[in-house]
Design a protein around this ligand. Sequence first.
Ligand code: GDG
Length: 472
Amino acid sequence: MSKTIIVSNRLPISLRHRNGKFEFKPSAGGLATGLGSIYKEGENIWIGWPGNTVDDPEQRAEIIIELHELKMAPVFLSKQDVEEFYEGFSNETLWPAFHYFTQYMVYNPDHWAAYVRVNKMFCEAILKKAGSEDTIWVHDYQLLLLPQMLREALPNATIAFFQHIPFPSYEIIRMIPWRKELLEGITGADLIGFHTYDDMRHFLSAVGRITGLSNESGYIQAENRIINVDSFPMGIDYDKFAKQAKSRKTQNIVKNFRKQVGDQKLLLTIDRLDYSKGIPQRIQVFAQLLEQHPELHGKVSMIMIVVPSRDKVQSYKELKEEIDTLVGRINSDYSTLNWVPIHYFYRGFPFDELSAFYSMADIALVTPLRDGMNLVCKEFVASKTDQTGVLILSEMAGASKELQDALLVNPNDRQGLVDTIFEALSMPVEEQKARISALQESLKTYDIFQWVKVFMDRVEHVKQKQQELNSK
Ligand code: GDG
């Protein structure tokens, strides 16, 4: 019987050390939920890093056994791997390049060597479990070399790859010294997916120019193989967000939160700490709104949730300091005894409280400078069960291609954003309802489960096409 193996840098659990022991915390993220319908079935399995270093061989052996019960297999990374492969090449070279932040790109051959080494470690871990008849679905930019490594070991296996972050223009890709190896790595897959049509187009153009492989309508003819490249915009677990927002638990939290902030209008922003999310720029826009509209003082606040992330990487440390300074400045300029302009939280919240924030917010301000998709804007829409609320969404988020009924903005156009927030604050309820209902329709239909199904059906289709060609 053939099986499906999911591979991502991180397993859908986190391993934590506590009092000399370890414990697992499951991830409630959308991807983990969507792929649950796959890796929990039959002999299927999810392979990845459990998110912490474990050096003791005995502890490793115990972890392997415990993860096996959860249908997972670990790839153990050393501290050096984490520094050079994850924080280094993945997050200081590929992440900035793929988000068009070329000023943060680091070109470090040691980091590249670690990237090759860790991709090989993943390949070896997979080969312990996989056979030629299996399907292997590799996720994201940390594992770009893996599809080709797997192809060499298992020429007939079905290999799929999905990238969760943008794919930039050829002009950026060509800056990376190891661009050819990276592209050849990805093209080991039979199916290559991106969130948007533009990402797909950039990828095809870079592959054509750097590796010489041309395509016809998203089909690349490689030696003995066809490769399909397409866009598969990822959805969310819509019902989970809608149900939670309606639940008594969340509505009680909303009441309690509302008691504390009063009846003022609330803008909500939620991001991982990342320069691609445009957090300082958004704070400046809010300051400009308050400066230009004194009538809003005391009547509007921004709830800003920043979830800690990659805080060992220098550019992220600096970003955190910049945000702290900006928030401090604006709050000290405008606060009164009963009003604070920005409620700033540098931490994550449990799901029921997150849902309460989505539910109570009048406006979601989602203004990344660049984002593969952005799920926060979709979760906000799903949580507006009475259809009131306004989504302001950056054109630079992959989600903007689908969510055309949001108020779409260029995140670099500060005055445009100030005016859009002002417009949102006074949008008639009928218009809010019309927009949110239209957005909900598309998100309901194309949810995370549908996304997984469409992707897996396509994998099947490409493989069949390949077999037909082979038998000719
Ligand atoms: C990458 C790409 C692409 C946030 N705060 C809390 C919390 N969250 C959850 C949200 C959402 C997730 O984190 C963030 O997802 P995004 O999609 O917005 O952003 P990235 O982490 O950068 O994800 C992105 C995504 O991959 C999927 O392909 O959309 O473009 O960059 O789900 O709900 N969850 C909880 N508490 C919080 O305080 N429980």
